[in-house]
Write a protein that binds this ligand. Structure first.
Ligand SMILES: C[S@@+](CC[C@H](N)C(=O)[O-])C[C@H]1O[C@@H](n2cnc3c(N)ncnc32)[C@H](O)[C@@H]1O
Length: 264
């Protein structure tokens, strides 16, 4: 128990170090500043003008700012001061500084009262949470009846050797990575918390390798070593990732879960 607590604290410290250092790379990155993806998640959460919304692990605040243009009130929270500084800058750049409040908070223990929000969102961050159950329980606590939890994250492929390989790569890329969850595991955890699953999509897409490495601050030498490990996989695993390089652009298959759970 004590070692689990220490390892959670250790991971939070790693997250803060990693994202304080890399924050500026996230503000302008098209993977994060992605208007069509943000619009889609806002629509899936059924955001409306009367809703109060919270975007946890908000990073540079892209999701919070998307919600703010629809919802009555929006808060973006994160554990990294560096990311929150970028979020404030982005809000100013977009003339939305009066529409969002920024709060420094851990996803597992936020300072907000029970049943404060109609919407909680969490995008591309849950793979850093050592205890995703605690994040789901906190989201449940914060939501009003009828409230929606909209979650998007990268996910583990179904093939176990491929999942093990990707887990290893993720940790090499960013030591604050905790774990990728499979489609089945997410379904189990979301439902176990009491949410009715309104929608759940698990899909693969081609992921840009170089920008993925640069965003995390991986040196070119190390990025080349990791890329070689994609190519050196046994054929069955290699086929799952299909690493390809064309004109210096490296891509591979990567997985994403998008789910909305309702607190009925
Ligand atoms: C890859 S960024 C994603 C940012 C944002 N959700 C987005 O989609 O643009 C991951 C973010 O999760 C935050 N994070 C990770 N663990 C956290 C925790 N336990 N509590 C709060 N924030 C956390 C990091 O500080 C970082 O800003």
């Amino acid at each position: 128990m004590r070692s689990a607590v220490v390892s959670e604290m250790d991971n939070r410290f790693k997250v803060q170090q990693q994202f304080d250092r890399q924050a500026a790379f996230y503000r302008t990155d098209p993977v994060f500043d992605n208007p069509s993806g943000l619009k889609q998640l806002t629509a899936l959460a059924r955001a409306s003008a009367t809703d109060s919304a919270l975007d946890v692990a908000t990073g540079c605040g892209h999701m919070a700012l998307a919600l703010a243009s629809t919802c009555a009130t929006t808060i973006g929270s994160d554990i990294s001061d560096g990311m929150l500084r970028q979020a404030k800058l982005l809000a100013r750049e977009r003339g939305l500084e009066d529409r969002v409040h920024w709060v420094r908070a851990d996803v597992e223990r936020t300072p907000f009262a029970d049943r404060s929000f109609n919407i909680v969102t969490c995008r591309v961050a849950a793979h850093h949470f050592v205890n995703p159950r605690a994040f789901l329980a906190e989201s449940w606590r914060l939501l009003k009846r009828g409230g929606r939890l909209a979650l998007q994250d990268c996910g583990a492929p179904a093939h176990s050797a491929a999942a093990d390989f990707l887990e290893h790569v993720e940790k090499e890329r960013d030591s604050s990575h905790a774990a990728l969850l499979s489609e089945g595991k997410w379904k189990e955890l979301i439902a176990a918390e009491g949410f009715a699953i309104q929608s759940l999509r698990f899909e693969s897409h081609r992921h840009d390798y170089n920008s993925w490495m640069i965003r995390a601050g991986v040196s070119e030498t190390k990025a080349n070593v990791i890329w070689k490990s994609f190519l050196d996989n046994p054929p069955a695993v290699r086929e799952i990732f299909r690493p390809e390089e064309s004109d210096g652009v490296r891509t591979f298959n990567y997985w994403r879960i998008t789910s909305v759970g309702v607190k009925n």
